[in-house]
Design a protein around this ligand. Structure first.
Ligand code: ADP
Ligand code: MG
Length: 474
């Protein structure tokens, strides 16, 4: 097992890492940090989601930065505002003990004046999204003519989101002599394109199998009729009271609708998507990270790079287009050696999509059954009882009310009291699952009727065939 000291990082950085709880480097850090400290060559680094790529590109920069020089020396570009904020935040932790290093995030949707002021403070590292960065360069507020390092984090997604023009313009403002680093969890044609356009003879480091998801994430799927998708989601959520996870939807509209429905149905959920004001997006993200909100309903803006500690579940309310997006979505769980669970709801016509993803990931999805109403009620009941068993009684305060409590309850028997208290919360559950149907599709039955139908059409086909033949015979 290697150490951060052996990788060539200074004691100030080591101190920060120690305080952050980083004990040993991850494989990608082990491979790239010494290389980036000792070589000026461009680099493409591919490693699975959640393996510490942020530290892998930023620690060598921090190590080699000239704190005395008050100008931008490193520019880190990434596709989403949330990711820019997160990277800047992590860099602030890494540089906590490295005096004189200043990091500034620059992203769209936030007031210009605040960011302009921050840029006038001469940061050495700027992290941002291509649109706003380009804007700041054009306004001559940001000068990147002397940068030594350019990082393209989740580079393919930047192209995918249509930032090609901005990237081209930004690249024109950079000096010829610089080290370009590209970090991603997936390899595709976009990455090749970026390497060809923006990099010179890059070195390539690839950890693990290309385009595979982390090994510590388990994949499950549920098949339901299209009309039952939302009810299935609710049952899954009800069966996992410990959930702290992201539900991915396909469109902004669907994201908002599902979040609204969940909120209406009393779940701790909030939406995040591109139609929301940035201020709102920041607030939602903050509440989710603090676990004040348990479920984040999101478009793929939350799929890339976002790191929320120990998420329990990723739920694909609808599958994304393409296996790569699935890899990034499910990679929000099972990060930094934790385990995770990625659940997908499909309709019977979407099985082939699961097959395609299985093939690309080199893993299998386990088929699961949507729990029946009774199972969900039992689970809810056990959770309630456990909650009741674990609740701490504030003896000091409650004793003041003991007399009243005893008076009010002395005419009711103990088991009656228990039932009543349980019913306080449980009645809602019983009511909502009163007439709950089995949401699972009975394939045996379906295949039978399907066969019948097919047999019918085969008969017709045969009849038509005979008729034609008869005609010929005649
Ligand atoms: P990636 O960019 O590869 O998806 P991140 O850089 O976001 O991954 O890191 C994932 C998580 O792992 C973060 O919470 C980060 O703080 C943590 N992490 C990174 N490197 C280490 C390490 N060497 N030891 C412990 N935790 C780490
Ligand atoms: Mg990342």
């Amino acid at each position: 097992m290697n150490t951060f000291e052996n990788l060539g990082l200074n004691p100030m950085i080591q101190q920060s890492l120690c305080e952050m709880g980083f004990k040993t480097p991850t494989t990608i850090q082990d491979k790239t940090i010494p290389l980036l400290i000792n070589s000026k060559k461009d680099l493409i680094a591919l490693a699975q989601t959640g393996t510490g790529k942020t530290a892998a590109f930023s620690l060598p920069i921090i190590q080699q930065l000239d704190e005395q020089q008050k100008q931008v020396q490193a520019l880190i570009l990434c596709p989403t505002r949330e990711l820019a904020m997160q990277i800047a935040e992590e860099l602030k932790h890494f540089t906590k003990h490295s005096k004189g290093i200043n990091v500034t995030p620059v992203f769209g949707g936030e007031r210009m004046d605040k960011q302009i002021r921050a840029l006038k403070n001469n940061p050495q590292i700027v992290v941002g999204t291509p649109g706003r960065i380009n804007d700041m360069i054009k306004r001559k507020i940001l000068n990147i003519e002397k940068i030594k390092w350019l990082v393209l984090d989740e580079a393919d997604e930047m192209l995918n989101m249509g930032f090609k023009e901005e990237l081209d313009e930004i690249l024109i403002s950079t000096p010829k002599e610089k080290q370009v680093m590209l970090f991603s969890a997936t390899m595709n044609a976009f990455i090749r394109k970026i390497a060809n356009n923006y990099m010179q003879n890059p070195e390539e480091i690839s950890i693990g199998t290309k385009n595979s998801g982390p090994k510590n994430v388990k994949h499950f799927y549920y098949t339901v009729q299209e009309k039952d998708r939302y009810s299935a989601l609710k049952r899954i959520a009800d069966m996992t009271p410990e959930i702290h996870g992201i539900i991915f939807c396909r469109t902004r509209l669907e994201t908002q609708e599902i979040a609204d429905k969940l909120i209406q149905d009393n779940y701790s959920a909030e939406a995040i998507h591109g139609d929301m004001a940035q201020e709102q997006r920041i607030k939602v993200m903050k509440r989710f990270k603090l676990k004040q909100t348990k479920i984040l309903v999101a478009t793929d803006i939350a799929a890339r790079g976002i790191d929320v500690e120990a998420l329990t579940h990723i739920i694909n309310y609808n599958l994304p287009d393409g296996a790569e997006r699935y890899i990034h979505r499910s990679g929000r769980t099972g990060r930094a050696d934790k385990t995770g669970c990625s659940l997908t709801i499909i309709n019977p016509r979407e099985h082939h999509k699961i097959k395609i993803i299985e093939k690309k990931l080199g893993t299998t999805f386990e088929k699961k059954k949507i729990p029946e109403g009774k199972e969900v009620c039992e689970k809810k009941l056990f959770t309630l009882i456990e909650k009741m068993n674990n609740i701490e009684v504030n003896e000091d305060q409650i004793c003041k009310f003991s007399k009243i409590i005893n008076e009010k309850f002395n005419h009711i028997k103990k088991d009656e009291i228990i039932k009543k208290f349980i019913s306080l919360e449980f009645n809602k559950v019983l009511e909502s699952y009163k007439n709950a149907e089995d949401l699972n599709i009975n394939f045996a039955k379906q295949t039978h009727s399907h066969r019948q139908k097919n047999r019918g059409s085969f008969r017709n086909h045969k009849r038509r065939f005979n008729r034609v033949n008869n005609k010929i015979k005649r």
